[in-house]
Every structure is written in structure tokens, then in C-alpha cells.
Design a protein around this ligand. Structure first.
Ligand code: ATP
Ligand code: MG
Length: 261
């Protein structure tokens, strides 16, 4: 069962035109990429009226269960950041005592619950940021194992990661501006990416697109929020700096904070 994301509110961006309604048939076109945390498959979705679109399915790869009780055993790879995520949502997770017990005992039901919180978290953040106008893939649906979202790329190939996009100097400068503008949108929407790098932004149609949000942090609620924002900025600023751009992470950080008011 896939969970469609909340229907948009009156004020939110209209949903993309390419969305295909049920009933549809999905054809798996194969593995696009295998990351450290997830496997990305390309899917062709064909609707009843013959319309079709390309999507990706991000399947969270469960690691070998080595130590019962660890978050890694659930396929939750970034355990430290996930723990933060759990911390700040403590107040509202697993209200049902049956669910709490299932998670504590790591029963099959408990694992499914945690896993779907993980995919659900990435979907929710993507949708919030998409509504805020950020360049992120539109999240279509999720279940406990995977997230289906907009594909950034063409029939002939996926959009490259910034790290491998081989941009010219003037494009790099554009990318840096778009990156700072993008982080500003995230911060205003109350989110910190938490794993921002040249591997987690794609360059597509002359624009920067942000991906990979399972560890995103709520800036106001998470005590680590500002630290993570700073780390994100230093990470990407260092990357741009090595490519010859004059970039001062502290200035960018201060500017983002000033913007928060
Ligand atoms: N919507 C998308 N459209 C096109 N390519 C995508 C999309 N989502 C992910 N990818 C590709 O798959 C790669 C891995 O995705 P993602 O970063 O979300 O997962 P990950 O588990 O963090 O993998 P890694 O640990 O390697 O970063 C991305 O770097 C990108 O190249
Ligand atoms: Mg990634």
C-alpha cells in the first residue's frame, strides 16, 4: 500500500501536470544508481488514458542485521541523525502504546513502523519544500520501504550530481548562488538539509536541484539544527572554494541567520 501525500492546501503550489492518477501500471526500467543508503530505480508509469511519465523509486536498502535493537538493523543507516530526528519528534511519535511496545521490542510491526516514519519523513520534507518553491523532486507516494518521486533527467540519462557535472566557471557561480538561495528557502520553511554536499544536489536544465532528505532536521525544534546548518554550509562552501570560487562559509551562515530575524 502506498500513501499518497496530503492533498495541497488552497495556498500551495498546484500539483504537477504530469501526475498520473490511479489506475496505472508501473514498469521498472532498472536500477539507476545504488547509493550507500538506497537503491534508485527508474519507473515508467502508464495511465489508463495512455499518458505516461518517468518516476524514480528510492528503495531504502536494509543493512545486514548485526545487532538486534540498533537502528541500523532497520535499514536506517544514518543512525546518529535519525536519533536526532527521533528526539525532536518524541512528543508526537507512537502515541498508541501497542505501537510503542512494537518498536521497543523490534517486532516486525515495530520495524515497519519505524521504516515508514523514515520514508514518510523524507516525503513530508520534500512536499513542504516543494510547496515553498524549492527545486526538489515532487514526492508522489511512499510506503514503509520506498518513496516514489519525480525523476530529474531525460530518457537518455539522469541529471548528474553537482560533483560530476563538470560545470564551467560561470555555471559554478550560478550553482553557488542557487545553492545559497535554496538553503535560504529551506531555512525560511524551517528545515535544515543535514547532509548537504555536491553529491546531494543535481544539476538539471541549468538549475540546481536538492535531493536526499531523510535526515533533514526541524530547525526550530532540534537543538542540533543550527550546528547542522553550519556544517552543511561549510561542506558545500569548501567544495566550491576548491573549485576556485571565493566563498566565505561564515558570511553565508551569518547572512542566513540574519534572515531568520
Ligand atoms: N529524483 C531523482 N532523479 C534523478 N536521480 C536521482 C533522483 N533521486 C536520486 N537520484 C540519484 O540517485 C543518487 C542516490 O540518491 P540519494 O542521494 O537520494 O540516496 P542515498 O541513499 O543518499 O545515496 P548516497 O548514499 O549514495 O548519497 C543521487 O545522488 C542521484 O544521482
Ligand atoms: Mg545521497
Amino acid at each position: 500500500m502506498s500513501t499518497p501525500l496530503n492533498s495541497p492546501t488552497a495556498s500551495s503550489r498546484p500539483e504537477p501536470e504530469w501526475l498520473i492518477e490511479d489506475p496505472y501500471i508501473d514498469t521498472d526500467l532498472g536500477v539507476l544508481l545504488t547509493g550507500k543508503e538506497a537503491q534508485i530505480n527508474l519507473i515508467r508509469r502508464q495511465g489508463a488514458t495512455g499518458d505516461s511519465s518517468l518516476l524514480v523509486r528510492k528503495h531504502y536498502v536494509p543493512r545486514k542485521v548485526s545487532e538486534k535493537g540498533t537502528l541500523e538493523a532497520l535499514g536506517v543507516q544514518r543512525a546518529s541523525t535519525f536519533r536526532n530526528d527521533v528526539e525532536y519528534r518524541e512528543g508526537r511519535h507512537f502515541r498508541k502504546s501497542r505501537d510503542r511496545r512494537a518498536v521497543q521490542q523490534m517486532s516486525a510491526h515495530g520495524k515497519r513502523l519505524l521504516q515508514s516514519r523514515w520514508t514518510g519523513h523524507e516525503s513530508t520534507v520534500l512536499r513542504t519544500l516543494w510547496d515553498a518553491g524549492l527545486n526538489v523532486p515532487f514526492p508522489v507516494s511512499y510506503n514503509e520501504e520506498s518513496l516514489v518521486m519525480e525523476y530529474l533527467g531525460a530518457e537518455s540519462g539522469a541529471a548528474p550530481q553537482l560533483a560530476s557535472a563538470r560545470l564551467k566557471k560561470h555555471e559554478l557561480e550560478r550553482a553557488l548562488h542557487q545553492l545559497i538561495d535554496g538553503v535560504r528557502i529551506m531555512v525560511r520553511a524551517g528545515w535544515v538539509h543535514g547532509d548537504l554536499s555536491a553529491f546531494n544536489v543535481l544539476w538539471w536544465q541549468d538549475q540546481l536541484w536538492f535531493i536526499d532528505f531523510p535526515q533533514a532536521l526541524d530547525l526550530a525544534a532540534n537543538p542540533q539544527g543550527l550546528n547542522c546548518l553550519h556544517r552543511d554550509i561549510v561542506n558545500v562552501a569548501t567544495w566550491f572554494g576548491r573549485r576556485g570560487l571565493n566563498v566565505d562559509p561564515e558570511e553565508i551562515f551569518a547572512d542566513l541567520l540574519a534572515d531568520l530575524g
